[in-house]
Ligand binder design. Sequence first.
Ligand SMILES: Nc1ncnc2c1ncn2[C@@H]1O[C@H](COP(=O)(O)OP(=O)(O)OP(=O)(O)O)[C@@H](O)[C@H]1O
Ligand SMILES: [Mg+2]
Length: 218
Amino acid sequence: MSARIVAVVNQKGGAGKTTLAMLLAGSLADRGRKVWVADADPQNTALHWAGMGAGFPAHVEDVSGEAGKLHKALRKRAGEYDYIVIDSPPAAAAPVTESALRAAHLALVPVIPSPLDLWASVRIREAIVQARGRNPELDARLVVNQMQPNTVLAREVLAMLPEFGIPLLAASLKSRTAYRQCAALGASIQALGSRAALASMEVDALRREVEGLLRGRR
Ligand SMILES: Nc1ncnc2c1ncn2[C@@H]1O[C@H](COP(=O)(O)OP(=O)(O)OP(=O)(O)O)[C@@H](O)[C@H]1O
Ligand SMILES: [Mg+2]
């Protein structure tokens, strides 16, 4: 058994990389999977989240110091986990991001449906295309974050996404206080219980789709 590796990446700061990485990792771990969140961002936001006290169900560890050697560090320990989820810094060309994309089976790119965010995300597509030189099996999906359904802007931006060149995950995340609460408490979404039922369903759908994409990948 060797872990399937998901790299959550975007050049754009604040797009929701850490939120997506931690919600996905927490959901996988709550389903009994052995999960490692490799925190490759020197800001260590994922580590802070896990340290808030609620008993985050996945193992979270700072790997930002591995820089361009991250792929080797991950491969060495891939046998210990079912999934490794990498949270990366907002820097497409950083050695640690390149190394994460070299190790990953799947890159997830969270994007906020705003033109400014899409323009700022173009460099990550180039980084993914480049990573495929050494990692031809690398799959990638855009994940709409902070989705505001039924707004004209959201519809216009969603219509732009096919031009981006990375397919869209069907599941998306709405803007919800429950996700901020998870970070404040150090919890997974399941730990919030029935007060976060809709958020929990949203994260479940995302986890299932990601598991489906990774099934059979080694
Ligand atoms: N779906 C959401 N609903 C509500 N708040 C959200 C959502 N996604 C992200 N946020 C909030 O937006 C802010 C930025 O999110 P986050 O830290 O996950 O982005 P990031 O891409 O990891 O940022 P950075 O580039 O600094 O690492 C945080 O305050 C987070 O709580
Ligand atoms: Mg972050």
